[in-house]
Write a protein that binds this ligand. Structure first.
Ligand code: MG
Ligand code: ZN
Length: 227
């Protein structure tokens, strides 16, 4: 296949994805449901963050979680054990990102009438998930202090397309060369509007600010529907 043929097919796949994502977005917006697409490298703590949210906020915020994984349903099982009321796995069977068709298929079978926040845990990968709209309101990119503080510069498209950056594992600051000021600077160079939270799922530090944002943003989404 020639390069130009390859690009043509890729464009077609992405435009079909955008169409399906638009349908998902319309449906979620009609329901007043805030939808977050949670992205990160493998091992930054996406599932741990969601476990923690369920534990702390499970009775304050009605959440539905869709957990993408390349081969297993382990993350979805962890989240169900942590008390998630609506948790569904998506096993991509090798694909390194979720697409709108996979998410749409799962949402079709879900009763979201009682849901305020939908979090889609994407596959751990900072490259192609940035190109696939899943019908979310915003992407939330998670980075941990055990990674390089140049991640925003290495994966600019993901940080540009995200609205929120969460810096996780701040309890480990000082144990590596990770410089939290530098990561903030690097991220804001790429995306000046990025909202930044710093927290530790292990110690609980910083979680309150993130939860307050979550409650507030979900309330705004519900209000928009009633307008
Ligand atoms: Mg996970
Ligand atoms: Zn991919």
């Amino acid at each position: 296949m020639s390069m130009s043929e390859k690009i043509k097919i890729e464009k077609k796949v992405l435009s079909e994805n955008d169409r399906l994502a638009g349908e998902i977005r319309a449906k979620l917006t009609a329901g007043g449901i805030l939808a977050l697409n949670l992205v990160s490298s493998p091992g930054s703590g996406k599932t741990s963050l969601l476990e923690r949210i369920l534990k702390d906020m499970g009775d304050k915020l009605r959440m539905a979680l869709v957990a993408g994984d390349v081969q297993t349903e382990n993350d979805a099982e962890r989240l169900a054990r942590a008390g998630g009321r609506v948790v569904r796995p998506i096993v991509t069977g090798g694909a390194c990102h979720l697409d709108a068709r996979m998410v749409g298929r799962v949402l079709e079978k879900l009763d979201l009438s009682d849901t305020e926040v939908l979090v889609i845990e994407n596959v751990g990968n900072l490259v192609c998930p940035s190109s696939y709209d899943l019908g979310e309101d915003m992407k939330v990119v998670l980075i941990s202090t055990t990674e390089g503080d140049d991640k925003p510069l290495k994966y600019p498209s993901m940080f540009r397309r995200s609205s929120v950056m969460i810096i996780n594992k701040i309890d480990l600051l000082g144990h590596s060369d990770f410089d939290i000021n530098r990561v903030r600077e690097n991220a804001r160079t790429i995306n000046a509007d990025l909202e930044i939270f710093e927290l530790s799922c292990r110690t609980g530090e910083g979680l309150d600010a993130w939860y307050a944002w979550l409650i507030d943003t979900a309330a705004k989404k519900r209000k928009d529907r009633n307008r």
